[in-house]
Write a protein that binds this ligand. Structure first.
Ligand code: 9MR
Length: 345
């Protein structure tokens, strides 16, 4: 037993974590025990992204995703598919026609086939899909300026949802993004979600990713966002939660941002000081007090990684040693777990 406190027993929403199919060969018994004990649901961290699963037009690489599904089923854990459309990890072939830009029709045909193939292959085994990821601009008017917008048009979003619904009419479908709790991006996201709804798009939930930093968790804005998204008739999910304890530049969760870390800027290589762990516990507790208050609006809270050693924040925006999650590298509960439990009891 890793801890007496079990997330899935005291969460009023589903308790989730992200892991990738490619990690499975190296997963330890302690990690499997932690997953089974603590969590209801996992999100496929990378293996269902287009560049992983569909690297060339007629080539699908299903092995990692198949292994993840088998593993999850064997261990009684549900799976969320992540993600059907993203400007990152989207192979160039989608937009190419023998060296010339592909037509809108051709790209949409490819997108339709991509979405149908994945949804049908895993029908009955995946409990929900992030359909579009990170389409809202960090700054500026409205949508992020990507090849999807440039080569298809702003309606690539409604097409993606339409194709997913067509492929599996029962499948819960989500829009997922980071920083969409902050006022500017929240306004743009509300505009997008309302537009999609006005076009008759079926969408079940909005995922607020939740990649926050120790001293900069925007508590009030998070609460306002939960209320505003729910008011549109959508469920709210916190889909990629972590609290970074090492300084990083202001770049949201944009995976294209990079920065080198010197040894001096990587202060917690050996261990994380108790006062930092305590501060992190307090921040997590304040967050979960908000989530608990709005428990009827929130259906899932997913951490982006199983434990500190398996967090993307050890590699982004540069290589450093992070301690962002509820369990340490030995799968032991950190102070944050007890703090969350206390705030929710
Ligand atoms: O955690 C993921 C990391 O392993 C990948 O290298 C990266 C690029 O595919 O994506 C990370 O996950 C991202 C997620 O898919 C979307 N929101 C931001 C996440 C962290 O970058």
């Amino acid at each position: 037993m890793n801890s007496q406190l079990i997330l899935k027993s005291f969460f009023p929403f589903q308790a989730g974590f992200a892991i990738d199919g490619s990690h499975l060969p190296k997963v330890t018994d302690a990690e499997v025990q932690l997953m089974r004990e603590q969590f209801d649901v996992l999100t496929s961290e990378n293996c269902l992204k287009a560049s992983n699963v569909h690297p060339q037009e007629n080539v699908y690489e299903f092995a990692a995703a198949d292994a993840l599904l088998d593993f999850a089923e064997k261990n009684g854990i549900e799976v969320i598919g992540h993600c059907l459309v993203w400007h990152q990890r989207c192979p160039e072939w989608f937009f190419d026609d023998d060296g010339k830009p592909a037509s809108r029709e051709k790209i949409l045909d490819r997108l339709r086939l991509h979405i149908h193939t994945l949804l049908k292959r895993y029908r009955g085994r995946i409990a929900g899909w992030d359909v579009v990821n990170e389409a809202i601009a960090d700054k500026g008017e409205y949508l992020r300026d990507t090849k999807w917008v440039q080569n298809v048009g702003e309606d690539f979003l409604e097409k993606a949802f339409e194709f997913a619904h067509e492929a599996d009419p029962e499948m819960p479908l989500f829009y997922n993004d980071y920083n969409i709790e902050l006022p500017d991006k929240r306004e743009r996201t509300l505009r997008l979600l309302k537009h999609l709804q006005s076009r008759g798009v079926r969408m079940d939930a909005v995922g607020i990713q939740g990649h926050w930093q120790l001293d900069q968790v925007p508590f009030d804005e998070i609460e306002k966002a939960i209320v505003a998204y729910h008011a549109l008739g959508l469920k709210v999910m916190i889909t990629e939660l972590d609290i970074d304890v090492v300084e990083r530049p202001d770049c949201g969760a944009d995976v294209s941002a990079h920065r080198a870390y010197s040894l001096k800027e990587d202060p917690y290589r050996e261990s994380c000081p108790p006062e930092i762990l305590q501060k992190q516990a307090e921040q997590y507790a304040k967050l979960f007090a908000i989530f608990n208050k709005h428990r009827e609006k929130i259906t899932r809270v997913t951490f982006w990684g199983l434990h500190d050693g398996r967090s993307w924040l050890n590699h982004w925006p540069g290589v450093r040693t992070n301690h962002a999650l509820l369990f340490d590298r030995q799968c032991r509960a950190k102070p944050a777990l007890a703090a969350i439990a206390a705030t929710m009891s």
